[in-house]
Write a new protein. Structure first.
Lengths: 286, 277, 308
């Protein structure tokens, strides 16, 4: 276990062989999480999580609220760093490199990993400027227009907005705004897309479109999605991780989240190994 | 019971009426007293002991120069302070909390004490003398807390989602602020700054201590003595002849017109650019 | 499957290049924040150093409790009580106007008025709050004093009553807007409870809303008092420059602030004892308003916390 506290000694970067994991799956690993524990102001929100996220797959985190799914998601792109009092212990390897290594720049991390939030959050600017923001801060000024078009096409939004790129993003509907946020991420060609309940604020039709989008996008990217909606996980995810809370509450009454089980989606929903998983997916609690 | 309610409501309305009547009486008085003297001479002539040719030109120029100093120094420093407190400072640290308390305190210090500050440090300490620059700097310090507080409100009103989205795309903290948060907060900052500026212009107490040259008939420059418009009004009020009271009233009309314009611009800005998140 | 290497894969994950630009900007912003600290330190030094020199020559007891203020005479007397009483006299009359009327306006705006009326009254209140104090001074001298004379009150040309009344008008918007904020922060549910029990508007306003908003209302009172104590121009113009120790509002009095303004603006030799009186009086003023403001802030914090 290595603490991520900033005065940790300098370490050489680990380069691990890619076929380190079980030979069942031919897909390469993107994230390799080992013993991850996240604390806020000393209280553990989620404890000792070990899982892997693979390329060109959709991985879903499901479970009741309060068990740390979003916290883990945020640990994958170091957004937890922005929360004062947050502390990450354990290992998060991204393509074999320690994401929390001593000389790793969180800004660079986030430039390679995209994130879409629960409530669509377009910038109060034009559609074009929204999608252009990522490339611009990376210094990619040339062929910006092509990049914008490509990203909007990938997000299945191009046809709807191609004639009004200069319009304010807030003029779009909720579903369109969310697809705009996805296009924003895609414009910088990330490796991974992290999605925190991306469709929970949207109507069913928009939700369906986002799910279709995920099917398309996973041909190129790894996608990790946190969802409250079990059926959604069953629809879109290749592999699913089920989280829940510990039975015993901690000192201040809050319960810590833990990973119960992770497997192919079909197996989680039809023949899970753990009784708690079965209780959740069959609706006995949750 | 009904009577009691009726009387109570009447009392409340009377309170409102007193305020409005006082406002009306004040404006009326000033306009009536000042109208004989509201002419181009007021704006183009320097003050003089002859009330038929006295004007407030150097005073108006001095006020405009003071305004420029307050804008030039006050807005950057005030906005910079607000950005530091809202976007960069860790609020769990004691020194940042102290900073916030300090600003709240400074907002409530009497303006004459700022005058004393100016007298001690700028006029005598730095040997600047009683010049426009000193007056402008003191007025800047006076309204700096107001600008900071208004800018903080404007920054706070930008929803957190904008910051999160920018950070998640790999923007550095300063890029998040300079490219997303600050542009979105500019209307609020502009409105707050204009309102702070209008307060600075009406202030005369600190200038009595820092710009106390009683008669400065020439057009003021940065390093010259000066009499700002409210102080010129004060000087004329203190003279015994009623003609100078009329001149004072006329100058008050000019001052009020200036303030009204600024406030109108601020409100227009607020209404036009106010975003409904 | 994209054949071209992904853009982001080309960037190394670690970038130990410390972003110098970021650090410099952070420092600049912190520097801006430091200006406020320097201002406070400056005020304290500017007041304390000459004031301590003053108290080296004049005993604090004589200063605080002496009843004769004649610093420019010989022999000089440095009892500050006349100035303090002058300040308090004007402040009391200002509060007699501003506190009840301001609260009345607040109750009206919060509980009684229609939205259209509010949209008219609030801007007018803001105008009232934005009028420069020198204009209020003019009004006090040229309109209120003759009016009081006509009413047969026998006031002098310079008197504390006119200044106090006009100051009250000036402070009315402060009390009104802060109290109204406090009252609108009271949740609708409390009011609805009162109405549901059969209360009328008077009862709900006075017995439910006002007590619930009390710390905010009292905070507005304290803030008004603090501003009354610190006000300079109205009293300098209309209350007079004679440090008479009296409780009669019809005669000329001098306040702490008026003394500072008139002396510092005059030609008192720098470094003399008369010059240092400015700072001693300034120190007294500063301490008084500091205490009042700390009280007001604590009260505001209390009413804000209750509903969080």
């Amino acid at each position: 276990m290595v603490s991520r506290v900033t005065d940790a000694p300098l370490r050489a970067l680990d380069v691990r062989a890619e076929d380190d994991r079980s030979s069942e799956s031919p897909r390469a690993g993107v994230f390799d999480v080992r013993g991850l524990t996240v604390r806020y102001d000393g209280v553990a929100a989620v404890r000792d999580v070990t899982l892997a996220v693979r390329e060109r797959e959709v991985t879903a985190f499901i479970g009741p609220s309060g068990c740390g799914k979003s916290t883990i998601l945020r640990s994958l792109n170091r957004m937890n760093d922005l929360i004062p009092g947050a502390r990450v212990d354990g290992e998060v390897l991204f393509h074999g490199s320690d994401l929390y290594g001593h000389d790793v720049d969180p800004v660079e991390v986030r430039r390679r990993i995209g994130m879409v939030f629960q409530k669509p959050n377009p910038f109060p600017k034009s559609i074009r400027d929204n999608v252009a923001f990522g490339p611009r801060i990376l210094g990619l000024k040339d062929d910006l227009e092509e990049r914008i078009e490509r990203a909007l096409r990938q997000a299945a939004l191009w046809d709807e907005v191609k004639d009004r790129l200069g319009r304010n993003a807030f003029a779009l509907s909720g579903g369109q705004q969310q697809r705009l946020c996805i296009a924003r991420c895609l414009a910088v060609e990330p490796d991974v897309l992290l999605m925190d309940e991306p469709a929970s604020a949207l109507d069913p039709i928009s939700t369906g479109r986002i799910e279709d989008l995920m099917h398309d996008l996973k041909r190129e990217f790894a996608i990790v999605i946190v969802t409250h909606n079990m059926q959604q996980a069953a629809r879109v995810a290749d592999r699913t991780a089920f989280f829940s809370v510990e039975a015993e509450p901690q000192a201040d009454g809050a319960r810590c989240g833990v990973l119960i089980e992770m497997d192919e989606t079909l197996r989680i929903f039809t023949s899970p190994s753990d009784g708690r998983t079965e209780d959740y997916v069959t609706g006995r609690f949750g | 019971m009904r009577l009691r309610q009726g009387l109570f409501q009447a009392a409340l309305l009377a309170s409102v009426a007193v305020g409005l009547i006082a406002l009306g009486a004040l404006v009326l008085r000033v306009v009536i007293d000042g109208s004989p003297y509201l002419d181009w001479m007021l704006l183009s002539n320097p003050p003089s002991s002859d009330s038929t040719v006295a004007g407030a030109r150097p005073a108006i120029l001095a006020t405009l120069e003071l305004m420029a100093i307050v804008i030039g120094f006050g807005v950057p420093v005030g906005v910079g302070t607000a950005i530091y407190l809202e976007e960069f400072a860790d609020h769990r640290r004691w020194y940042n909390r102290l900073l916030e308390i300090n600003i709240q305190n400074l907002a409530a210090v009497p303006s004459v004490v700022y005058g004393i500050l100016g007298l001690g440090f700028l006029v005598h300490g730095a040997n600047l003398g009683r010049v426009v620059l000193a007056g402008g700097l003191i007025l800047t310090l006076l309204v700096l807390p107001t600008i900071t507080i208004a800018a903080r409100e404007a920054l706070r009103s930008v929803p957190q989602g904008v910051r999160l989205g920018a950070f998640a795309l790999g923007a550095t903290p300063w890029q998040v602020v300079s490219r997303q948060v600050l542009p979105a907060a500019i209307p609020g900052i502009a409105t707050g700054s204009i309102l702070a500026l209008s307060r600075a212009i009406g202030e005369s107490a600190p200038l009595l201590l820092v710009g106390a040259l009683l008669y400065a008939p020439r057009d003021p420059t940065l390093l010259s003595g000066f009499v700002a418009l409210p102080v010129q009004i004060y000087n004329w009020i203190r003279l015994p002849q009623p003609e100078f009271h009329g001149l004072a009233a006329a100058a008050i009309v000019v001052l009020l017109a200036l303030l009204l314009t600024m406030n109108a611009v601020a409100i227009l800005l607020r209404n036009r650019f106010q975003r409904r998140w | 499957m994209s054949a071209a290497p992904r853009l982001s894969a080309a960037r190394p994950l670690t970038r130990s290049r410390r972003r110098l630009g970021e650090a410099a900007i952070r420092a600049a912003l912190a520097g801006c924040a430091l200006v406020s600290v320097i201002t406070t330190v400056g005020i304290v030094i500017a007041l304390l150093v000459p004031a301590l020199e003053f108290f080296g020559e004049v005993s604090p007891i004589d200063f605080l409790f002496g009843t004769n203020w004649a610093p420019l005479f010989s022999p000089a007397h440095f009892g500050v009580l006349p100035l303090v009483v002058g300040t308090l006299l004007v402040t009391v009359f200002a509060c007699l106007v501003a506190l009840p009327l301001g609260l009345g306006v607040a109750i009206y705006l919060a509980e009684y008025s229609s939205r259209r009326l509010r949209a008219v009254i609030k801007p007018l209140l803001e105008i009232l709050a934005g009028i420069p104090t020198v204009v209020y001074g003019y009004f006090a001298l040229t309109t209120v004093t003759p009016l009081l004379r006509d009413l047969g009150l026998g006031v002098e040309v310079f008197n504390g009553l006119s200044a106090g009344l006009v100051m009250g008008i000036m402070l009315l918007p402060t009390v009104a807007s802060l109290s109204e904020d406090a009252m609108t922060a009271v949740p609708l549910a409390l009011r609805q409870g009162g109405y549901a029990l059969g209360g009328n508007r008077l009862q709900v306003s006075l017995r439910i809303v006002v007590p619930a908003a009390l710390s905010g209302i009292v905070a507005s009172f304290v803030l008004a008092i603090s501003r009354a104590v610190g006000e300079t121009m109205i009293v300098t113009i209309a209350a007079g420059l004679q440090p008479t120790l009296t409780l009669d509002p019809r005669v000329a009095v001098e306040t702490l602030t008026a003394f500072i303004a008139s002396t510092a603006g005059g030609d008192v030799p720098t470094g003399s004892i008369e010059y240092k009186t400015i700072f001693a009086v300034g120190l007294a003023l500063f301490v008084a308003t500091l205490i009042l403001n700390a009280l007001a802030i604590r009260l505001v914090r209390r009413y804000r916390e209750v509903y969080e």
